[in-house]
Design a binder for this molecule. Structure first.
Ligand code: GRF
Length: 204
C-alpha cells in the first residue's frame, strides 16, 4: 500500500472547513491523512474538533517567539518534520511568512469566500453584498506573498439574491466551500494539478 498523502490544516477559528475535510475523509470521498491541526489561537473550535478526532494539534503562540521570523521557522520546521505534502489554510488569520512559503513552494492552499480576484481580504461576503454583484462564490487558490492573490485552482459560483444579507450569503457560500476544498485537495493529492506561472491546469 502506498503512503497516504499527508495534509496539515492551519486554522484560527470555527473550523467548519476542517470539519468538512474530515467528514469527506471519513465517508471515503477523500483519500488523504490529516496529520496535524495547527492553530495560532489557544481556544478554537478547530482545536476541539481535532482533539475529538484524535488528530495531533499544535498551538503556536506568536507572542512566545522573539520575532516573526522565529515564529515562521517553528511552523516550517514542524511541517517539515512531519513530512507534510500539502498545507491547507482553513480560516487561518495570519499571513503565511516567506520562510514557510519558500519551504513549501506551491504546496500551500487557501479557501476564500468570494470569486477572486474580487473581494480579497476580510469580510468578503459583506463586500460582495455591498457592491451589489449578482454572483459571488468561493475560490481555492495557491498561497503566495499577497493577500488572496495566488494562482486559482477551483472556483464555485453562488448567485447573490436581492434580499441577501452578509450572513445569508455567507451561509450559502460556506456550503459550497465545504465541497470545493475537498475537491481541490483530492485533485492535488492525485497529482492532477499543474501550475505554470499564474495559471493552474487540471487533468481530470
Ligand atoms: C471561511 O469562510 C473561509 O473561506 C475563510 O474563512 C472562513 C473559515 O471558516 N478563509 P471555518 O473556520 O472553516 O468555519
Amino acid at each position: 500500500m502506498g503512503k497516504k498523502f499527508k495534509i496539515a490544516v492551519l486554522a484560527s477559528g470555527r473550523g467548519s472547513n476542517f470539519q468538512a475535510i474530515l467528514n469527506n475523509i471519513k465517508s471515503g470521498n477523500l483519500d488523504v491523512e490529516i496529520n496535524v491541526l495547527i492553530s495560532d489561537r489557544k481556544s478554537t473550535k478547530a482545536l476541539e474538533i481535532a482533539r475529538e478526532n484524535n488528530i495531533d494539534t499544535v498551538y503556536f503562540n506568536i507572542k512566545e517567539f522573539p520575532s516573526r521570523e522565529e515564529f515562521d521557522k517553528a511552523i516550517a520546521e514542524e511541517l517539515k518534520r512531519r513530512e507534510i505534502d500539502l498545507v491547507c489554510l482553513a480560516g487561518y488569520m495570519k499571513i503565511v511568512g516567506k520562510l514557510v512559503l519558500d519551504t513549501f513552494k506551491n504546496r500551500i492552499i487557501n479557501i476564500h469566500p468570494a470569486l477572486l480576484p474580487s473581494f480579497p481580504g476580510l469580510d468578503a461576503q459583506k463586500q460582495a453584498v455591498e457592491h451589489g454583484v449578482r454572483y459571488s462564490g468561493c475560490t481555492v487558490h495557491f498561497v503566495d506573498e499577497g493577500v488572496d492573490s495566488g494562482p486559482i485552482i477551483l472556483q464555485q459560483v453562488v448567485p447573490v439574491e436581492q434580499n441577501d444579507t452578509e450572513e445569508s450569503l455567507a451561509e450559502r457560500i460556506l456550503k459550497e466551500e465545504h465541497k470545493l476544498y475537498s475537491k481541490a485537495i483530492d485533485l492535488i493529492s492525485k497529482g492532477k494539478v499543474r501550475i505554470e506561472g499564474r495559471k493552474v491546469f487540471i487533468n481530470e
